[in-house]
Design a protein around this ligand. Structure first.
Ligand code: TRP
Length: 326
């Protein structure tokens, strides 16, 4: 079975775009791969965070990942900082990637442009990400298109390490979902739905009340031509509604378009479908939220399983680098 690894930062609440574009696929993958999912709290602190925000965010995100269906019996789900091998392996990665390579990362250029204090951790972020991946002998990394460059550099580091020190790490490949699964902002349908946009009305959070979900979807921006057609370039707003309805009901958005003549009824059905999709997720989340001790138990289970794999990889890496045995 293929080993799959992905990471997700515990910053901000999960929204419909995260679920339909990523985590819903992860739920699928846990049944036919050896899947490892990591709440990457150490990546979150590459940027200053408010006190307590990372702790709360890690707990909430872990509970949400379980609520959407990641089953700690079926996959490994854990918090990055609970497995010390991540930081240790990151050092080996840092010593096998150049300043020049890291300087070319577009995400670093973007993010550092927005920071007053640019930490060296933000610069070496891709090395920590490479460590996350190689520790688990990962074959495939499901990520959004924005992470392609980070997976590419992880491959380069793994290959370089293997050629310098002998076969040690599996060289991973990125799995990027088709553009069709992309959920766009309801108010600005040419931008991806995101937690960082200053447009709360355009983002459906997974924990939004049904009424609020319906309100956001009903006030989604469309266009004036009145025809229901799936045409992302010409009709981004309507196409986004069709995509969301299609993804929520497992139907093809273009085929769905034929069933509608009015934006109003498309919106009503999309809102109903999203509310129905999220209802069981919200119920499971409330249960987990009410029992933090159970979440802690499940995360300890995940960390233990992760540590077993990561420790074996690190032993191999230390030996191959030529460090003196302790
Ligand atoms: N950098 C990723 C993001 O911002 C998160 C991440 C950290 C990750 N480590 C990873 C993704 C390893 C895939 C594999 O989305």
């Amino acid at each position: 079975m293929k080993r799959v690894f992905s990471g997700i930062q515990p910053t901000g609440d999960q929204h419909l775009g995260n679920y339909l574009g990523a985590t819903r696929n992860w739920v699928e993958m846990q049944h036919h791969t050896e899947a490892v999912f990591c709440v990457v709290d150490l990546h979150a602190i590459t940027i200053p965070q408010a006190s307590g925000a990372v702790r709360d965010g890690s707990l909430r995100l872990s509970q949400m990942l379980m609520a959407v269906g990641l089953d700690p019996e079926q996959c490994i789900i854990f918090v990055q900082s609970h497995v010390r091998e991540h930081t240790e392996c990151a050092w080996l990665m840092e010593c096998n990637v150049s300043f020049g390579e890291l300087s070319r990362m577009t995400q670093f250029k973007d993010k550092s442009g927005r920071q007053e204090f640019i930490s060296s951790g933000l610069f070496t972020y891709p090395a920590l990400q490479a460590a996350d991946i190689v520790l688990y002998d990962t074959d495939q990394v499901p990520v959004g298109a924005d992470q392609r460059q980070h997976i590419e550099i992880a491959r380069d580091i793994a290959e370089r390490f293997n050629s310098r020190y002998g076969p040690t790490f599996t060289v991973p490949e990125a799995i990027v979902p088709k553009a069709g699964a992309r959920v766009m902002d309801l108010q600005r349908p040419t931008d991806k739905m995101s937690k960082s946009l200053d447009s709360p009305k355009g983002t459906v959070n997974l924990l939004d009340e049904p009424k609020l979900i319906a309100k956001k979807i009903k006030s989604a921006v469309t266009d004036n031509d009145g025809a229901v057609r799936f045409d992302v370039a010409e009709k981004p707003g309507v196409s986004n509604l069709l995509s969301i309805l299609g993804a929520s009901t497992n139907r093809d958005p273009a085929a769905l378009a034929d069933e509608y003549t009015q934006y109003g009824s498309l919106k009503v059905d999309t809102a109903d479908a999203v509310v129905a999709l999220l209802e069981p997720i919200q119920a499971r989340y409330r249960e987990l939220e009410g029992d933090p001790a159970e979440t802690a138990r499940l995360l300890a289970l995940g960390a233990n399983k992760a540590r077993t794999i990561a420790a074996a990889t690190m032993d191999r890496a230390r030996t191959n680098v030529g460090l003196l045995q302790a």
